[in-house]
Write a protein that binds this ligand. Structure first.
Ligand code: SAM
Length: 235
């Protein structure tokens, strides 16, 4: 598959998601399960950054690759990041428009992450949340990983969050196992943990979410995502 075709495919898929009411309902923040999943992820991101002496985020330049609506990037403000140090790129112009509208103090641009228009070793941290699972073309995935590596400083880190399993109900995504992540970032030290209780199950819990989530989350194979840092070797 040619990279250009993958760009078109991604744009078509995200256009379909946008107008699919079932999908919009599934992802809604009104669902207690979705809120629990998000809060759990936020707590873990904070814990991981703190344990790695990255909090406060004040001195760090951060790039969010495949930033979508910009919410993840804007979340770093609560931990001391400076707006002028926060940059997001995404393929989809409409998503970037929404991000600019919601967070005018941050920097967003439409771009294919196969060619990131920033200097080499410019960023301390690169966030990549549920992006590689969307990319089905191996060549595009390899190019995006190479670009992330290029713009990241030595000893910098990728903050990673993505599915580790295939989704049998969604042919537009593919799971990113630990070995696939390592292939994309061969020299990096992967510090990953599994989180996120199977979302289709969690969304059914309703008011019982605070009781059922912690209980079922103890079963490792029910945790569908990896979260953590991919640490780039130092100079
Ligand atoms: C599932 S969304 C995740 C959005 C955001 N990271 C979040 O977690 O809310 C994946 C995003 O990656 C973007 N994306 C996929 N491939 C990309 C590429 N090659 N360059 C830039 N953005 C890309 C898509 O346009 C989409 O907005």
């Amino acid at each position: 598959m040619e990279p250009q075709n993958e760009v078109e495919r991604l744009k078509t898929v995200y256009q379909q998601y946008r107008y699919n009411e079932t999908i919009q309902r599934q992802w809604s923040g009104d669902n207690p399960g979705n809120r629990y999943i998000l809060n759990e992820r936020t707590r873990w991101v904070h814990y991981i950054l703190k344990s790695n002496k990255k909090i406060p985020l004040t001195p760090f330049k951060i790039l969010d690759v495949g930033c979508g609506s910009g919410n993840v990037l804007a979340g770093y403000l609560q931990w001391g990041a400076c707006p002028e140090n926060l940059f997001g790129i995404d393929l989809i112009p409409e998503r970037i428009e929404n991000a600019k509208h919601a967070f005018p103090e941050l920097h967003f641009q439409v771009a294919n992450a196969e060619q990131i228009e920033f200097p080499t070793a410019f960023f301390d941290l690169v966030t990549v949340f549920t992006v590689f699972t969307s990319i089905l073309d191996d060549q595009m995935a390899a190019h995006v990983a190479e670009e992330i590596d290029r713009v990241l400083k030595p000893a910098g880190a990728v903050i990673w969050y993505d599915f580790r399993y295939n989704n049998p109900r969604n042919p537009h995504v593919r799971g990113m196992s630990r070995s696939k992540i390592q292939l994309l970032f061969p020299r990096y030290d992967l510090q990953l943990k599994s989180i996120t209780l199977l979302p289709p199950l969690t969304r059914r819990f309703g008011k019982l979410t605070p009781y059922l989530y912690p209980l079922l989350n103890t079963v490792p194979f029910l945790r569908t995502h990896y979260l953590g840092l991919l640490i780039k070797p130092g100079a």
